[in-house]
Design a protein around this ligand. Structure first.
Ligand code: UD1
Ligand code: CA
Length: 478
């Protein structure tokens, strides 16, 4: 063996139709724990040190290639003429001079990186032209069987349709993942003849290697359920469960408490800091990042959001939002996309926020809606306060400065600005800007002293009495 080791290469087979999924979506694009099946395969290859694999596409090639982007090279197999044909086409897409070629399938998302590492190590140890991954299963129906000789050494892989009774009784199956000596593989692929159905079987390479008098290696998968590919949606759901458990265990080993892994769903893409605590019935999805010491759940659903240290999210839904440290969210809050909540805020009891920023120490509870708004520090948003941000055609912004107190049921008709330290009375409808420090009341909201001024005995020049409209500008810095 050469002392110079080149980087290993890999070919991922993904041209097949995946008929048993009964789907209009290509099989390898079905999601599993928040990522596509093929993404999981590419992730594991990457962890095993294989950076730019070649994916062989065919059915749904446009969509599959789009989804893969620059993660891997792709080559098309226009006609699915069998796995040997697919690998031959894949070889055409390999760059460089790899001495080992790993072949696996785009629908085997649970295969761990360690399996690939062990497979490549075994190939090098034996100097074998081919090493096959097998698994022992209860029901081998549909799989190629590994036939061993008297001495236990591998002799051939026989496909189900070509197998007799004795071979069908074998429980050791070919999972469809192999490591090949690259040079040998190039020559051997040309020696595969079509099967009775006209397909070119990659599995024929085992018998070809033995015919060449070369050793064939076998690596037995520790967990069969991780090794075998997904063929239908029942297998997809089973894989989801295994993947979820694996993700939860990785977080727990990293110092995250997951109180009840069986009712917790964490996508493969989520990051969680040390000593964070994930309470039962919680779903964490997409590009979510949970900082250390945060407590999420019970009953939280967080998607594509960042949660700061020590923040507590209880029975709430958060989408594409950022929440700073020491915040309390929930129960029953909804942070819609574009919400930014500052440190020490308290948000709960049917509070809804959308595309808005809340400064430090602000409180929002009790049936309130803040949309398209910029809210300062230490603002108290009274029960039922609402931004009327939409005039039927366009959305407008509301600005609420630091230390404003919004009375119960304040309606802010945007665009409008409420100045620093201002107060609104219960039920005010704020249609014009409020000066700093002012208290406004009524419908439409006007400075309280002008309203009082309407009473008998008030000075001349006071605006109209009672609820009569106040002349424009009367409330601006009077
Ligand atoms: C194949 C193996 C079988 C093994 C099983 C494991 C062969 C001949 N048989 O059988 O021993 O037990 O996988 O699942 O290889 N593909 C292409 N192009 C093709 C044909 C297939 O890209 O022309 C891809 C498919 O998308 C799939 C993989 O190769 O990802 C396996 O193909 P599939 O048709 O599932 O092979 P099986 O008949 O199940
Ligand atoms: Ca298959």
């Amino acid at each position: 063996m050469s002392s110079h080791l080149t980087a290993p290469a890999a070919i991922v087979l993904a041209a097949g139709q995946g008929t048993r999924m009964r789907s209009r979506i290509p099989k390898v694009l079905h999601p599993l724990a928040g990522r596509t099946l093929i993404d999981h395969v590419l992730d594991a290859l990457s962890v095993a040190g294989i950076e730019r694999p070649v994916v062989v596409t065919g059915h749904g090639a446009d969509a599959v290639e789009d989804a893969i982007g620059s993660r891997a090279a792709t080559v098309r197999q226009e006609q699915q003429r069998g796995t040997a044909d697919a690998v031959r086409i894949g070889m055409g897409g390999l760059a460089g001079d790899a001495d080992v070629v790993l072949v696996t399938m785009g629908d085997a998302p649970l295969q761990p990186a360690e399996l690939y590492t062990a497979l490549m190590a075994e190939q090098r140890r034996l100097g074998a032209p081919v090493v096959v991954v097998t698994a022992r299963v209860e029901d081998a129906t549909g799989y190629g069987r590994l036939v061993r000789g008297q001495d236990g050494a591998p002799a051939a892989i026989v496909e189900e349709r070509d197998a007799d009774e004795a071979i069908r009784a074998i429980r050791e199956i070919n999972v469809g993942t192999y490591a090949f000596d690259a040079t040998w593989l190039r020559g051997a692929l040309d020696r595969v003849s079509p099967s009775s159905s006209g397909e070119y079987y990659l599995t024929d390479l085992v018998a070809i290697a033995i015919g060449d008098g070369r050793p064939v290696g076998v690596v037995s998968a520790v967990y069969a359920d991780d090794a075998i590919g997904i063929n239908d949606r029942v297998a997809l759901a089973a894989a989801e469960e295994r993947m979820r458990r694996r993700i939860a265990e990785a977080h727990m080993r990293n110092g995250v408490t997951i109180v009840d892994p069986s009712t917790t769903r964490i996508d493969a893409t989520v990051e969680i800091g040390q000593d964070a605590r994930i309470e039962p019935w919680t779903i964490l999805e997409g590009a979510t990042v949970i900082a250390q010491d945060a407590v999420i759940g019970p009953n939280a659903h967080v998607r594509d959001s960042r949660i700061g240290p020590r923040t507590r999210v209880w029975a709430s839904v958060l989408e594409e939002s950022t929440v700073a440290e020491d915040v309390q969210v929930g129960p029953y809050a909804h942070l819609r996309p574009g919400s930014e909540v500052g440190p020490r805020c308290r948000i709960g009891n049917f509070a809804e926020i959308k595309k808005s920023r809340l400064g430090a120490g602000t409180q929002q509870h009790h049936f309130s809606y803040i949309g398209d708004a910029d809210v300062g520090d230490n603002v108290n948003i009274g029960a039922g306060s609402v931004t009327a941000n939409f005039d039927g055609t366009a959305k407008h912004r509301t600005i609420v400065r630091d230390r404003v107190k919004l009375g119960v049921d304040t309606m802010m008709v945007a665009p409008v600005t409420i100045g620093e330290g201002a107060t609104t009375g219960a039920g005010s409808v704020v249609t014009r800007d409020v000066a700093p420090g002012k208290t406004v009341v009524g419908i439409p909201a006007r400075p309280i002293e002008l309203r009082r001024g309407a009473k008998p005995g008030a000075g001349a020049g006071s605006p109209g009495a009672g609820e009569a409209p106040v002349p424009s500008g009367a409330d601006r810095n009077p």
